[in-house]
Design a protein around this ligand. Structure first.
Ligand SMILES: Cc1cc2nc3c(=O)[nH]c(=O)nc-3n(C[C@H](O)[C@H](O)[C@H](O)COP(=O)(O)O)c2cc1C
Length: 400
């Protein structure tokens, strides 16, 4: 009898065969100065590929310049075709698939290079942009909304053509499409605001456009926030409706995250507050002042427990036909066994893979492998580190 961990068995994710069930979660790398992919990004992702995972995710691929939070994010257009193709083929050469997380920041941006105000479901204060003098976000017009759909369509065409094996549309974490879904950030009075049906309209139109572009034999995943954890915001019941709507619209898989980067990031991570880590790398004086002012309230420590989203993700899984890709605190062979026993076919790992890029190989040697990740959340602050994201506990010394 083989003692191989079942998480290392192959499985189909929609039309895509993955050699095992372990997928690297999208974690914005901050390794693309001026939005240009190169060796650093290549080494980062080939590291996971060499460690045995089935698929890695290139984090936050902006569908347009307007959709990028800052000027160091990848924008999916011809200007980066060759270097991006190089990164993707290097990952493929190591027998690993590549997904790209499609993002649009909507009203939440600090991309001063745009020289215009960001636009979202509804206008208002753009907290992230304060340090850049971009205080105000505007409300998207109907024509802006059509433009956004076309940006997703064009980005999807480009991403398929450069070799991505799957696309993950970001519907969560407070970004552009989530701003439409959430009653807290969508105060529109037209057909894109109000009822859940209306708030779902744009996300579903985006999904339809991306599907039209990539065809039915290409996997599309969607990352959602199962709750925003704020009064009046999206909650677990809303998430059920969102997941069912995405499923009925033909999505291949849903990544069941939670929280928002804007209002409630600790819900996504749990564990000690990310405030010290953010302060460590933030150099802008205004941002440092703001972090000190509101940071304790905005980033409260929350108890960490392994698989902290499992119960809510299970409810969604029972309600849909598509695959549910579990995310949140999976960090050991035992975690993955519990997920498989609960009926999940795939899992995304973020922090555990930052600490142990060879997680899958380690699991193959020891089915009870436990990641070194302590969920200290120091890695979260490295989003602003000049050397890009890394686990400061184990990789601080390495020039990534
Ligand atoms: C450094 C860092 C950067 C992240 N960037 C993104 C991102 O760009 N997009 C996203 O959807 N989630 C992002 N996340 C959240 C992760 O994808 C994931 O939801 C979270 O870390 C919980 O999973 P884990 O317990 O496996 O780490 C990031 C997380 C970390 C630690």
């Amino acid at each position: 009898m083989t003692n191989k961990h079942p998480a290392l068995e192959p499985a189909m994710l929609g039309p895509l065969r993955l050699k095992n069930r372990i997928i690297k979660a999208g974690t914005f790398e901050n390794m693309t100065p001026n939005g240009m992919p190169g060796d650093t990004l290549l080494r980062f992702h080939t590291g996971f590929a060499e460690g045995g995972i089935a698929m890695t995710t290139i984090g936050y691929c902006a569908v347009s310049k307007e959709g990028a939070l800052n000027a160091n994010m990848l924008v999916m257009d011809e200007a980066i075709r060759t270097p991006l193709e190089n990164v993707i083929s290097a990952i493929h050469a190591r027998n690993c698939k590549v997904s790209g997380q499609m993002g649009h920041c909507g009203a939440f941006s600090k991309n001063r290079s745009l020289n215009k105000r960001p636009k979202g479901a509804s206008g208002g204060l753009n907290i992230l942009g304060i340090s850049e003098g971009m205080w105000i976000a505007e409300t998207m017009t109907l024509s802006d909304i059509q433009d956004m759909i076309e940006q997703y369509r064009k980005a999807a065409r480009f991403m398929k053509s450069v070799g991505f094996d799957a696309l993950e549309i970001h519907f969560g974490h407070g970004y552009g499409l989530c701003q439409f879904l959430s009653p807290l950030t969508n105060r529109r009075k037209d057909q894109y605001g109000g009822s859940m049906e209306n708030r779902l309209r744009l996300p579903l139109e985006v999904l339809a456009a991306v599907r039209e572009e990539v065809g039915k034999d290409f996997p599309i995943l969607g990352k959602i926030s199962m709750t925003e954890g704020r009064r009046g915001g999206l909650d677990y019941e809303d998430a059920m409706q969102i997941a069912i709507a995405l499923d009925q619209a033909g999505i291949d898989g849903i990544v069941t995250s939670g929280g928002t980067s804007t209002m409630n990031p600790m819900l996504m991570f749990r564990g000690p507050s990310i405030l010290p880590a953010l302060l460590r790398y933030e150099t802008n004086r205004i941002m440092r002042f703001l972090l000190r002012l509101v940071g304790r309230r905005m980033f409260p420590s929350m108890p960490f427990s392994e698989l902290y989203f499992i119960e809510q993700a299970k409810r969604i899984q029972k309600a849909v036909k598509c695959k549910i890709i579990y995310i949140g605190g999976a960090c050991s062979g035992q975690s993955l066994q519990t997920l498989l026993d609960s009926g999940f076919d795939f899992f995304q790992l973020g922090r555990s893979l930052l600490a142990d890029p060879d997680f899958a190989d380690q699991l193959s040697a020891d089915r009870n492998f436990v990641s070194r990740c302590k969920h200290c959340n120091k890695c979260v602050g490295t989003i602003e580190s000049p050397k890009g994201i890394h686990c400061p506990e184990f990789y601080a010394h390495i020039d990534i």
